[in-house]
Design a protein around this ligand. Structure first.
Ligand SMILES: Nc1ncnc2c1ncn2[C@@H]1O[C@H](COP(=O)(O)OP(=O)(O)OP(=O)(O)O)[C@@H](O)[C@H]1O
Ligand SMILES: [Mg+2]
Length: 135
C-alpha cells in the first residue's frame, strides 16, 4: 500500500526583501532612492505601497518585480534570490510569476487589451483558453 503524499506546504512568504538600497547616478548627482528597505509579504496578502511623489515606490516595485537590480540588499520571490539570477533566469521568473501594470501602462499598441494580457502566456507556450481563462 502506498501512503498518500502529504500536500506540499506553500511558502508562507512570497516576497522577502532585506536591506534594499538603490542609488541612481554617482558623485554629486547621486540620488539615494532606497536606503535599507526590509519587507516580507505573506502569500495571498493584498499590499499597497504608499508615500509622497519621489519617495521610491516605483523604484521598490521595480526591484521587487525583478525589473531592476538593487545597489545593495537581497530580494526573494518564492524563495528564489532574484538578485543572484542571470538575465535569462530572471526573464523566465518574471514571465511565469510576475504581473506588472506600469504607471504609464507600456502596453503594445498594435494588440488589443486581451492580447496584451495573453502575450506572456503565449510566449510561455501556453494557451489562455486551455487553462480556462476568458477575456
Ligand atoms: N532613472 C533615474 N535616474 C535618476 N534618479 C531617479 C531615476 N528614477 C527615479 N529617480 C529618483 O529616485 C527617487 C525615487 O523615485 P521613484 O520614481 O521611485 O518615486 P515614486 O515614489 O514612484 O514617485 P511617484 O509617486 O512620482 O511615482 C526620486 O528622487 C527620483 O527623482
Ligand atoms: Mg512612481
Amino acid at each position: 500500500m502506498i501512503a498518500p503524499t502529504p500536500p506540499v506546504e506553500a511558502t508562507a512568504t512570497v516576497v522577502s526583501a532585506h536591506g534594499l538600497a538603490r542609488t541612481y547616478g554617482t558623485g554629486d548627482a547621486a540620488v539615494e532612492a532606497l536606503r535599507g528597505v526590509d519587507l516580507d509579504v505573506p502569500r495571498g496578502q493584498f499590499l499597497a505601497i504608499m508615500g509622497p511623489s519621489g519617495s521610491g515606490k516605483s523604484t521598490l516595485m521595480h526591484i521587487l518585480a525583478g525589473l531592476d537590480r538593487p545597489t545593495a540588499g537581497t530580494c526573494l520571490i518564492d524563495d528564489a534570490e532574484i538578485t543572484a539570477l542571470n538575465d535569462r533566469d530572471l526573464t523566465l521568473l518574471r514571465r511565469d510569476k510576475v504581473g506588472f501594470i506600469f504607471q504609464f501602462f507600456n502596453l503594445l499598441p498594435m494588440l488589443t487589451a486581451a492580447e496584451n494580457i495573453e502575450l506572456p502566456l503565449r510566449l510561455a507556450g501556453r494557451s489562455p483558453t486551455r487553462s480556462g481563462a476568458t477575456a
